[in-house]
Design a protein around this ligand. Structure first.
Ligand SMILES: C[S@@+](CC[C@H](N)C(=O)[O-])C[C@H]1O[C@@H](n2cnc3c(N)ncnc32)[C@H](O)[C@@H]1O
Length: 539
C-alpha cells in the first residue's frame, strides 16, 4: 500500500538494491550504456515488481531523488571525497534553474558537468522541455542512477549520458545556446593526476593566464567550460568559495572577468549548511560566455531561503574586481546603506600615494638644485597641507616638489643630463639606490608618482580625514590617498562629494568615522557610504 510505505530511499539498503532499482526504472533506455555500467547492471540482486517500480517513479516525478539520497547515505563522506561527490540540495538546484529560466534566451542544450544522480538535468529538463540534456560523470554508479532518473521523468529521448572526464568531453557545435549548470566536484590538488595538472597549465597558458599547481578540480571545470563553450552560452555553478580569495583561485577570477563573462556572485555562509556533510562556504556564480558586464552583482546570505533571485545583489563596478586579488570582502555589505547611497568605491578607486623610499632625497631642496623643471612635481608631502587647504586646493605653488625621473635617462639634452647625473651621484651617496623600495623599482631613480588625483584625502591622523578637491593637479606621496573616479564625474558632483565626505559621518560597516578612527586603508575608504551622483547633485 503506497500510503503506508516508508520513503523509497529507506528501502534502498545497498548498492546492489540501488543498481536493481536503476535497472527497474529503465536506466538502459537512456543511450548508450558504457561497459562499466553494463557490468554494474549484472550486479542487480532483485527485480522490483511493477507496483514498487511505479511507486518509486511517482516519487521521483514529484521532485525527489531517492536514488541520489540513498547513494549519499550508503557511501560515507570519506568514500565520496576522492571524487568530490556531494549532491546538491533541491532548493539550490531549483534556484539556479529558475535563474536560467528567467533569462531571455532558451537553451537548446543543457550540460551538467559532474552530474551525479542528475539533479540539475532533471530540474532543467522540466524547465526547458525541448532542450537536449547532456550529463557527464566519472562514476558509473552515478551515471546509472542519472539514467534511471531521466527515464523515470520521461526525458530518455533527449538525454545522453557520458561516463568519462568532463575535461575531455567533446560536444558538437549547435546553432543555439548551451546552458552549463551544476556543482563541479571539489577535489583537492593532491588527488589530481599530474597529466591533468599539465592540461590545466597548458590550457590556461594558451589563453594567457597564470595558474597554480595547487588548483582544485573545480578550477579545472571552469577552464574546461570556457574551452568548450561559445560566446552567448551561459551558466551557473555552485562551488566552494575559496577561489574568491586564494592564490590558486586566480585562474577562476581571471576567467570570470574575461572569457567566462561572470555576471554575479552569491556567497552562502556555512551557517546556512548548503551541503549536508560539508562545513563550507559556497558560492553560486552566474556567467554568460564572452560578456563583459560593467557591473557584477554580489550578495552574501546566511540562509538558503535568501538566495533567490540569484542575481539580485548589489551591483559593483567590475574594476573593483579587476584591481583586487581577494573578492569575498566585496560580497560583505556595509550595513544599513540607505537607498540613494553607494559605497565610495563604486564611484572612485582609492590609491595610496607613491612611497619614495627616501623623502630627504626625493623631495627637492638644495641637493637637487639645477634639475630640469620637467622632473619636478608639486606634491602633497605632509597631511597638514591637506588639512590647511579647505575644500579646494586651487594653487600648488606653496607645495614641495617631488623628483620623478623617467626610467630612460637618454631623453635628456646634454645640459639637463649633466644636472641629472650630478643629482644621481648625490642620491647614491645618500643611499637612495639601496633599500627595499628602491631595489624593487624597475629603475631605482624613478619614483613613479601617480597621476594627479581629482580628490585627495588624508588617512592617518588623530582627527577625521580631510578630503580636498585637487584643482591644482598636485601629485601625492604615501601620506595621502588619491580618489580617482571610475567614470567621469563633473565638477559639481566632485565638489559635492568632497563636502559630503568632510561632514565626517558616514556609515561604514555600521561605524561612523568622525572622531574615533585614525587610519583608513584604501579598501576601507572605498567602503564609506556616500550619496549617488544623482543625490549629490541635489545637495
Ligand atoms: C559535487 S558532485 C555534484 C553532483 C550533482 N551534479 C549534484 O549537484 O547533485 C560532483 C560530481 O562530479 C563527479 N566527478 C568527479 N570528477 C569528475 C571528472 N573529472 N569529470 C566528470 N565528473 C567528475 C563526481 O563523481 C560527482 O558525481
Amino acid at each position: 500500500m503506497p500510503g503506508r510505505r516508508p520513503e523509497p530511499e529507506r528501502v534502498l539498503n545497498s548498492e546492489a538494491h540501488l543498481i536493481s532499482a536503476a535497472f527497474a526504472l529503465g536506466a538502459t533506455s537512456v543511450k548508450t550504456l558504457s561497459p562499466a555500467e553494463e557490468k554494474l547492471c549484472r550486479k542487480q540482486i532483485l527485480s522490483y515488481d511493477a507496483a514498487t517500480r511505479d511507486w518509486i517513479e511517482q516519487y521521483i516525478k514529484k521532485g525527489n531523488d531517492p536514488l541520489g539520497d540513498a547513494f549519499s547515505r550508503l557511501r560515507s563522506p570519506e568514500l565520496r571525497r576522492p571524487k568530490g561527490a556531494t549532491y546538491t540540495p533541491a532548493t539550490i538546484v531549483l534556484a539556479m534553474v529558475r535563474w536560467a529560466r528567467g533569462r531571455k534566451e532558451v537553451p537548446l542544450r543543457i550540460v551538467d558537468p559532474g552530474m551525479g544522480s542528475g539533479r540539475f538535468l532533471l530540474a532543467a529538463g522540466n524547465a526547458f522541455p525541448n532542450a537536449e540534456l547532456i550529463g557527464v560523470d566519472v562514476d558509473p554508479l552515478a551515471t546509472l542512477l542519472a539514467r534511471a532518473n531521466l527515464n523515470a521523468m520521461g526525458f530518455a529521448e533527449r538525454a545522453s549520458i557520458h561516463l568519462g572526464d568532463y575535461r575531455s568531453l567533446k560536444l558538437p557545435p549547435i546553432d543555439g545556446k548551451t546552458l552549463y549548470i551544476g556543482n563541479p566536484p571539489y577535489v583537492r590538488h593532491h588527488l589530481i593526476e599530474p597529466s591533468w595538472k599539465q592540461w590545466l597549465t597548458e590550457g590556461a597558458q594558451r589563453r594567457g593566464f597564470r595558474v597554480s599547481q595547487l588548483a582544485g578540480l573545480h578550477v579545472h571545470f571552469f577552464l574546461a567550460t570556457v574551452l568548450q563553450a561559445k560566446a552567448g552560452d551561459f551558466g551557473s555553478f555552485i562551488t566552494a568559495a575559496e577561489w574568491l580569495d586564494v592564490n590558486y583561485g586566480s585562474l577562476v577570477r581571471e576567467l570570470f572577468l574575461s572569457e567566462l563573462g561572470g555576471q554575479s556572485i552569491a556567497v552562502i555562509e556555512p551557517a546556512a549548511s548548503p551541503f549536508a556533510d560539508a562545513e563550507t562556504t559556497a558560492v553560486i556564480s552566474t556567467f554568460e560566455i564572452g560578456s563583459q558586464p560593467t557591473g557584477i552583482r554580489v550578495k552574501r546570505v546566511s540562509g538558503i531561503g535568501a538566495i533567490e533571485p540569484l542575481d539580485s545583489g548589489r551591483l559593483l563596478h567590475r574594476s573593483r574586481f579587476e584591481t583586487q586579488s581577494r573578492w569575498s570582502h566585496l560580497t560583505r555589505r556595509a550595513k544599513d546603506i540607505p537607498s540613494g547611497y553607494v559605497e565610495l568605491g563604486e564611484l572612485c578607486r582609492v590609491h595610496r600615494g607613491q612611497v619614495t623610499g627616501a623623502n630627504r632625497v626625493w623631495i627637492s631642496g638644495e641637493h637637487s638644485a639645477g634639475l630640469p623643471i620637467s622632473v619636478l612635481f608639486r606634491s602633497i608631502t605632509k597631511a597638514r597641507e591637506l588639512f590647511g587647504a579647505g575644500t579646494i586646493l586651487a594653487d600648488s605653488s606653496g607645495l614641495k616638489q617631488v623628483i620623478d625621473l623617467p626610467r630612460d635617462l637618454s631623453v635628456f639634452e646634454a645640459e639637463d643630463r649633466r644636472a641629472v647625473d650630478q643629482f644621481l651621484r648625490r642620491a647614491k651617496q645618500a643611499g637612495a639606490d639601496k633599500g627595499y623600495v628602491a631595489e624593487n623599482r624597475k629603475t631605482w631613480w624613478s619614483v613613479g608618482l601617480r597621476q594627479p588625483a581629482p580628490i585627495l584625502a588624508t588617512y592617518m591622523a588623530r582627527r577625521p580625514p580631510a578630503f580636498v578637491r585637487n584643482r591644482a593637479d598636485a601629485r601625492h606621496i604615501n601620506i595621502a590617498h588619491g580618489l580617482y573616479p571610475r567614470e567621469s564625474l563633473n565638477e559639481e558632483v566632485l565638489l559635492s562629494l568632497v563636502k559630503y565626505l568632510n561632514t565626517g559621518t558616514s556609515v561604514v560597516d555600521g561605524r561612523t568615522y568622525a572622531g574615533g578612527l585614525t587610519k583608513f586603508e584604501p579598501r576601507e575608504m572605498e567602503r564609506i557610504a556616500v550619496p549617488t551622483p544623482a543625490v549629490l547633485l541635489q545637495q
